[in-house]
Design a protein around this ligand. Structure first.
Ligand code: CMC
Length: 431
């Protein structure tokens, strides 16, 4: 728990209230207003939570000005360079990097759970073939609570642990099944001899008619995409998972809620929206038209893949992702792809345009991840499901942290009411 180092004073209607100021290990101090309503009969107002810490957490730290992202203290650049996704999962879940035996045990536990209940395939068949894979995932992940009754009791730490492992292990299988179903191909069972990322590629691209060999460069790029998206402190979908979990809902239901929130184009859906935007722009000569639209407040148009609520200098994930994009495009030899030319030129123009510079709007992680995933052969509709697979460990880690916190309460924001004051019902004949 954070320590109290000083107090802030709030004077209201001639009365002064002392508010403790809490200090974390790094980052801005927070003013503890928990007792404010009881003492002063006022709420604080912060729609969009731009100045509000909703929890304390020891998992992920972001410094938006420095462009820094730490998982359990470790910089994302070092992890992306030297670690791998399952090790990052262990780190996020348990707080420390594993030793060799711990890693082997964790890998074994995850790979033992990669298959889904055979009955689940019938569940998939209830969806239309043209359903968005995110829609399918929200439904199927929510339905896991109907299949895995022995890991839904949140008061039992062992069941929480099993649910965590199950979701980390099965989300790639579910996402790949959603994809296969949408393209009318047979489901491909997981292969536990492959890596986490390699297995996902295999489940998506293998067909019974011929062998599929996972390309190590694509496997590494996929693993990196997963590492870079694994957690991002209290973003919209993570806060959704926490809020859902605060009522005591089972973990599968909570993660389904997180997936639903992630789908939006301002959040995880931005990678799909960004690629669709690049396709819509189509050619380099049309970029100025879109830049002008993005600057025009009345157009309602935003450059997808640009800007971030927290990062105001650069997105450290985007830096690493850009490097991966170069590697993948080199490997696949697709430098002259028109989409890529539009992306590169858009990036160049936006980075030198006064509007984007002054508002600190830089390409974010989704700008580059979309380009890589497109090059790998994924349809745009699979971009956000891949984000969901990667973020599951972050959601679960945050959910576990919350449930284990003895001071945890149901999340219940208040409001500034601006509706009608009390009035009497009028019979329909007199209205
Ligand atoms: N294109 C054009 N203008 C923009 C953009 C953009 N992409 N993003 C922000 N602005 C402008 C916005 O109009 C506003 O201008 P003004 O101050 O004149 O009113 C200013 O920049 C600040 O915008 P904001 O909406 O207050 O910023 P926010 O922190 O609420 O929004 C954001 C952050 C990510 C939702 C937003 O930048 C955006 O919509 N970006 C496009 C979607 C996107 O790429 N999202 C992925 C984020 S990274 C993945 C993830 O973590 O989910």
């Amino acid at each position: 728990m954070a320590e109290t180092t000083k107090t802030a004073k709030l004077t209201l209607d001639g009365k002064t209230y002392e508010l403790p100021v809490l200090k974390g290990t790094i980052g801005p101090d927070v003013i503890d207003i928990r007792k404010l309503y009881g003492e002063a009969d006022v709420f604080t107002y912060d729609p969009g939570f731009t100045s509000t810490a909703a929890t304390d957490s020891a998992i992920t730290y972001i410094d938006g000005d420095k462009g820094e992202l730490l998982y359990r203290g470790y910089p994302i650049e070092q992890l992306a360079d030297q670690s791998h996704y399952l090790e990052v999962c262990y780190l996020l879940l348990y707080g420390e990097l594993p030793d060799k035996a711990q890693m082997a045990d964790f890998e074994q536990r995850v790979t033992k759970h990669t298959m889904v209940h055979e009955q689940m395939q019938y569940f998939f068949r209830g969806f239309r073939r043209d359903a968005h894979p995110m829609a399918t995932m929200v439904g199927v992940v929510g339905a896991m609570s109907a299949f895995y009754h022995d890991s839904t009791d949140i008061s039992d730490p062992w069941q929480r642990e099993v649910a965590a492992i199950r979701m980390i292990a099965k989300l790639p299988t579910i996402a790949a099944m959603a994809y296969k179903y949408s393209v009318g191909q047979p489901f491909v069972y997981p292969k536990n001899a492959l890596s986490y990322a390699g297995n996902f590629l295999n489940m998506c691209f293998a067909v019974p008619a011929e062998d599929y060999v996972v390309n190590p460069i694509l496997e590494k790029a996929m693993d990196r995409i997963m590492m870079l998206h694994a957690d991002h402190e209290q973003n919209a979908s993570t806060s959704t998972v926490r809020l859902a979990g605060s009522s005591g809902a089972n973990p599968f239901a909570c993660i389904a809620a997180g997936i639903a929130c992630l789908w939006g184009p301002a959040h995880g859906g931005a990678n799909q929206a960004c690629l669709e935007m690049l396709k819509e722009i189509g050619t380099v000569d049309r970029i100025p038209e879109y830049i002008a639209k993005a600057k025009d407040k009345n157009s309602g148009f935003r450059l997808m893949g640009f800007g971030h609520r927290v990062y105001k200098n650069f997105d450290p994930r985007a830096k690493v992702m850009k490097q991966s994009a170069d590697e993948v495009l080199d490997l696949l030899g697709i430098h002259n792809n028109p989409l890529l030319q539009v992306a590169k030129e858009l990036e160049r123009i936006a980075l030198s345009d006064e509007y984007f510079i002054s508002k600190k709007l830089y390409p974010n992680v989704d700008f580059y991840s979309g380009i890589i995933l497109e090059a790998m052969g994924f349809p745009t509709s699979m971009f956000t499901p891949i984000f969901a697979i990667s973020r599951t460990v972050g959601w679960i880690s945050q959910w576990k942290e919350m449930i284990a916190d003895p001071t945890q309460k149901i999340g219940r924001p208040r409001q500034l009411y601006i509706g009608q004051t009390r009035r009497d019902y009028v019979d329909v004949t007199s209205r």
